[in-house]
Design a protein around this ligand. Structure first.
Ligand code: SF4
Length: 470
């Protein structure tokens, strides 16, 4: 009887990453090994009925979008940090099944230390290490796993033993450690290898269900795009060129002898820790019953790097924290710093805050034009937009929220330094929302700026901003 190939139930019905007319396919290139591996992992999750307890930690690299495909709990991690993030996930969820999915640039270059230490600690997790001998997502640069002679965009004459050293064999390295219970290398380039991979993946996941400890599965995966080969030739290349350097096989398997090693979730008593360090615990600050302009204040402060948008957030966050309110501060750096918008999110509430992320701010402070263009349309009609009219001459049309121009840089100049424009706008914010009183913020500024001259300028800026709003 012909077996009908079905999409594993753990995959989402449609993959939201793709445009509307093409939500059934993944973002992977035709012939890529990632898709095959994803399917085998998904099938094993289905078979073991662990969808509800699985937590997947994604990497940076071609595998970055795994969360678009697997309908399980998922966390994204910074480049190379999946094993570290998975450590936290695994320890915080001792009954879950933690999967880290990483490529060779991610795990064997920037993340080597994270990966090796997680393995050495024997964390309860399974790590899929996708080895395609190249940095895939960024255009095919030399990876630690590129084979000698392999031409890449950064090794046009081929990998040189003398310049680059031999390829890094992660499975062999990790198999020398005491803690891992299963270390194996497999491939997804042929039906026989896929069958073998399926067995190992199931065994590794079962070990996670039984809390047997750390499992490392390296997967030789074809990257036709960056190898500049057809999918068929890419599969052949693994057999002919890659497996002689990276032999397929099981390097260590002690699952049957390993005892389950559940992790203890108990936490130390905080006051005992403080006492043992010889520190004096601060009295918890009782929350004052003060009105807030919104039940949960979601503030976005945005502008160019150097305009003090992040420090505006920290000044405000520390001031409200001293009043016993719950608060989070989350900066956003990265590519946005290169000529675009740096921003921070501040969430303030009387109740514990579930997420520090602000997608839809109810207060926006826009210090430059790109931040106004980007965030102002997100503010709802009961929100508030304050913008630095010294730098922003036009604002987006049809904004829902009231908009207040503040010539913050000009006012700051009068206060003694244009860099205090952020504090000017903070003064306007307090006057318009009553979030804190002028006196409360003034005390907080004195604690923030220990340099008397700077403190004086910022106090003046706060006063001028406060007065300008009234
Ligand atoms: S670049 Fe290579 S590894 Fe990345 S999706 Fe395409 S084929 Fe796969």
């Amino acid at each position: 009887m012909t077996k009908i190939l079905k999409k594993p139930a753990v995959f989402f019905d449609t993959f939201q990453r793709k445009p509307d007319d093409n939500k059934q396919t993944t973002h992977y290139c035709p012939g890529c090994g990632h898709g095959i591996l994803s399917k085998i992992i998904a099938e094993a999750i289905d078979e073991l009925n662990i969808q509800d307890s699985t937590i997947l930690v994604g990497p940076v690299g071609c595998g970055v979008f795994v969360y678009y495909y697997f309908n399980v709990a998922a966390v994204s991690s910074a480049h190379g940090r999946a094993s570290a993030v998975a450590t936290g996930v695994s320890r915080a969820n001792p009954n879950g099944v933690t999967i880290a999915y990483q490529g060779d640039g991610d795990l064997a270059a920037i993340g080597t230390s994270n990966a090796i230490h997680a393995a050495n600690r024997g964390e309860n997790m399974i790590v899929f290490f996708v080895n395609n001998n190249v940095y895939g997502m960024t255009g095919g640069q030399l990876a630690p796993t590129s084979i000698v002679g392999q031409k890449t965009t950064t090794s046009p004459y081929g990998r040189s033993l003398r310049n680059d050293g031999p390829p890094l064999r992660m499975s062999e390295i990790i198999a020398t450690l005491e803690a891992p219970v299963l270390v194996a290398r497999m491939a997804v380039n042929s039906p026989k290898n896929v069958r073998n991979a399926r067995k190992l993946i199931r065994r590794g996941l079962e070990a996670q269900v039984n809390k047997k400890g750390y499992v490392f599965l390296e997967v030789l995966s074809q990257c036709p795009t960056n190898w500049r080969k057809t999918p068929v030739d890419a599969c052949k290349w693994i057999d002919e060129e890659v497996t002689p350097i990276f032999p397929i096989g099981v390097f260590k398997d002690t699952i049957d002898q390993a005892e389950p090693q559940p992790r203890d979730l108990s936490r130390p008593d905080f006051s005992e820790v403080i006492e043992s360090l010889g520190l004096k615990a601060e009295e918890p600050c009782p929350a004052e019953d003060r009105p807030l302009p919104y039940p949960v204040v979601r503030l976005k402060s945005a502008g160019f790097g150097g305009q003090g948008v992040l420090s505006l957030g920290t000044i405000l966050a520390s001031a409200v924290m001293k009043k016993g309110l719950e608060v989070t501060w989350l900066p956003s750096y990265g590519p946005e710093m290169r000529g675009g918008v740096a921003n921070c999110s501040v969430v303030i509430s009387k109740e514990p805050i579930s997420s520090p992320i602000v997608d839809q701010p109810n207060i926006l402070i826009a210090m430059n034009k790109p931040s106004m263009q980007r965030f102002a349309p997100l503010v709802p009609k009961d929100g508030l937009i304050l913008y630095n009219s010294s730098m922003i001459d036009t604002i987006p049309a049809s904004l829902a929220a009231p908009v207040i121009p503040v010539p913050a840089a000009d006012i700051a100049q009068k206060a003694g330094n244009v860099k205090a424009a952020n504090v000017v706008i903070l003064g306007v914010l307090l006057a318009k929302t009553g979030l804190l009183s002028f006196e409360e913020m003034s005390v907080s500024l004195q604690e923030t700026f220990t340099n008397p001259k700077l403190c004086e300028i910022n106090q003046r800026a706060l006063q001028l901003g406060f007065d300008a709003a009234n």
